[in-house]
Write a protein that binds this ligand. Structure first.
Ligand SMILES: *[C@@H]1O[C@H](CO)[C@@H](O)[C@H](O)[C@H]1NC(C)=O
Ligand SMILES: *[C@@H]1O[C@H](CO)[C@@H](O)[C@H](O)[C@H]1NC(C)=O
Ligand SMILES: *[C@@H]1O[C@H](CO)[C@@H](O)[C@H](O)[C@H]1NC(C)=O
Ligand SMILES: *[C@@H]1O[C@H](CO)[C@@H](O)[C@H](O)[C@H]1NC(C)=O
Ligand SMILES: *[C@@H]1O[C@H](CO)[C@@H](O)[C@H](O)[C@H]1NC(C)=O
Ligand SMILES: *[C@@H]1O[C@H](CO)[C@@H](O)[C@H](O)[C@H]1NC(C)=O
Ligand SMILES: *[C@@H]1O[C@H](CO)[C@@H](O)[C@H](O)[C@H]1NC(C)=O
Ligand SMILES: *[C@@H]1O[C@H](CO)[C@@H](O)[C@H](O)[C@H]1NC(C)=O
Length: 414
């Protein structure tokens, strides 16, 4: 050991003395070497076997690693980790640790020649592993900001971000900071969903994170309902209401007046909820219908939409005023016809099957016995093109004296 130290010092002294010569002799060792923790490295000199060596000395910084001068001297911490190649003076170093990084120098003395020397830098890297991206959020609203951080084991790491398969570059919206390990997107747009991955490398290895996909929600707006038609005939029409809106990932809900519409035989909700189909509409389906659209971050309602549903006529009946069983000849009576109908029906009056007049009311002024008979009214809806005629019923007209019926002629009597 003592000898090795002394020898080293001597050579060191010589080397210093010939410093310009050493620089000229560059190339005895390569420029720089990279290796992984746990791996090995070969320091190969450029010397070719020839004149035998008198001594070879390897140093790490200023510390001896190995000296050969017809005997091998290995520093204790290199015991079992090195192999020396006597023909070229090369050295293999194994089981590398981060602490092995630094400057290695070899000095070789051959009989009758000036000392030859070379030095090189060894970089030892912990391999890249566990590359991971964490996002401040993966569901966010358009125009907000998000920050993705990349973490990894390993040493001397370089970071690179991938958006799908393209490298992310900085812009006014996109900042890459913290030694490229953080990607910040301000004013996110719907196109920024990624997938984003982080690629980490050092000179000895590389690794890529799992992809991170962002869900970018744009606020719901412009909710609108369109209808395949707004004028419908009861029992003979189907209608399709479609809801549209801006905004991503919309969910739909239909309201009929203020109640939620649920599906049934007659009512189908399709296209992810955006379409409401009512088959065989009834008069009760007029609405108002509204579409409610929502996503994680916002919601909106359409304007109400009313359906006009033509129906009837139904329940066509007439009533008489005054409501007497028998009417005095010469009195005034009034018959009035009604029907359930949308829009209101038009009416016609018939006496014993013969058309009398138009209009909802029939006034019989100074009624005469020859006006007795079966009265009926017919209702007509000019939108549904449907007719309905009331049951005929008798208007009885007679002659009375005070308190006593003098003469009555019933049609049925004939
Ligand atoms: C020195 O080490 C080299 C390589 O390990 C070996 O070939 C040689 O025999 C050793 N010399 C002595 C004297 O131990
Ligand atoms: C960050 O990435 C850019 C572009 O690839 C590169 O020029 C720069 O050296 C990197 N910075 C760091 C600290 O790795
Ligand atoms: C990601 O890629 C998409 C599609 O090329 C692009 O529109 C978007 O701006 C990119 N976003 C970022 C943050 O690089
Ligand atoms: C429409 O509905 C009415 C009453 O619910 C029913 O009587 C009729 O058969 C239905 N028509 C069709 C075409 O389904
Ligand atoms: C139903 O509509 C069809 C086609 O518009 C028409 O031909 C038919 O007469 C209608 N039926 C009724 C009962 O209104
Ligand atoms: C709408 O609401 C009315 C009143 O509750 C109901 O009678 C009708 O069936 C509803 N129509 C639909 C399509 O939900
Ligand atoms: C729709 O119907 C509702 C009540 O059913 C009514 O208050 C509203 O004015 C109607 N709207 C339109 C545009 O007709
Ligand atoms: C009136 O109508 C009823 C029922 O249709 C019928 O039985 C009766 O004979 C009719 N009377 C006259 C006077 O036509």
């Amino acid at each position: 050991m003592l000898l090795q130290k002394n020898m080293g010092s001597v050579i060191h002294f010589i080397v210093l003395g010939l410093i310009s010569g050493v620089t000229d002799g560059a190339g005895v060792l390569p420029d720089g070497l990279n290796a992984a923790v746990g791996g090995k490295v070969m320091f190969t000199t450029t010397l070719t076997p020839g004149t035998p060596f008198r001594s070879v000395n390897w140093k790490f910084g200023t510390e001896d690693v190995f000296t050969w001068n017809f005997n091998n001297f290995t520093a204790p911490e290199y015991e079992g980790r090195i192999t020396f190649f006597i023909s070229t003076g090369s050295l293999e170093l194994r089981n590398l640790a981060l602490t092995d990084r630094g400057e290695y120098t070899v000095t070789i003395l051959r009989a009758g020649e000036p000392p030859q020397s070379g030095s090189t830098r060894l970089d030892v890297y912990a391999p890249v592993s566990n590359v991971m991206v964490t996002s401040s959020s993966t569901e966010l609203v358009e125009l907000s900001s998000v920050s993705l951080s990349c973490s990894s084991s390993g040493s001397s790491l370089s970071f690179l971000w991938l958006n799908s398969s393209s490298e992310v570059t900085g812009s006014d919206r996109v900042q890459i900071t913290d030694g490229n390990s953080t990607l910040t997107i301000t004013n996110v747009m719907r196109y920024d969903q990624g997938p984003f991955r982080c690629r980490v490398s050092n000179p000895v290895s590389e690794g890529t994170s799992a992809p991170v996909t962002l869900s970018i929600y744009s606020p719901v707006s412009n909710v609108r309902v369109t209808s395949s038609s707004t004028e419908l005939v009861e029992f003979n029409s189907s209608v399709r209401l479609s809801c549209s809106s801006s905004g991503s990932f919309p969910s739909f809900l239909w309201l009929n007046s203020s109640s939620e519409v649920t599906g049934s035989d007659r009512v189908q909700i399709t296209d992810g909820g955006s379409t409401l189909t009512i088959v065989n509409v009834t008069r009760y389906d007029q609405g108002p219908f509204r579409c409610h659209v929502f996503n994680l971050f916002s919601e909106g309602n359409s304007a109400p939409l009313n359906l006009t549903i033509y129906y009837g006529p139904e329940n066509t009946i007439w009533t008489i005023s005054p409501p007497k069983e028998h009417h005095q000849e010469g009195s005034d009576i009034s018959l009035s016809c009604s029907a359930d109908s949308g829009p209101p029906a038009q009416f016609k009056w018939f006496l014993n099957g013969d058309l009398l007049s138009d209009g909802p009311e029939l006034k019989l002024m100074n009624v005469q016995q020859n006006q007795r008979g079966n009265y009926s009214c017919q209702a007509f809806n000019d939108n549904t093109l449907r007719y309905e005629t009331s049951q005929p019923s008798v208007v009885s007209v007679g002659k009375f004296e005070i308190g006593r019926l003098v003469e009555i002629v019933e049609d049925s009597v004939h």
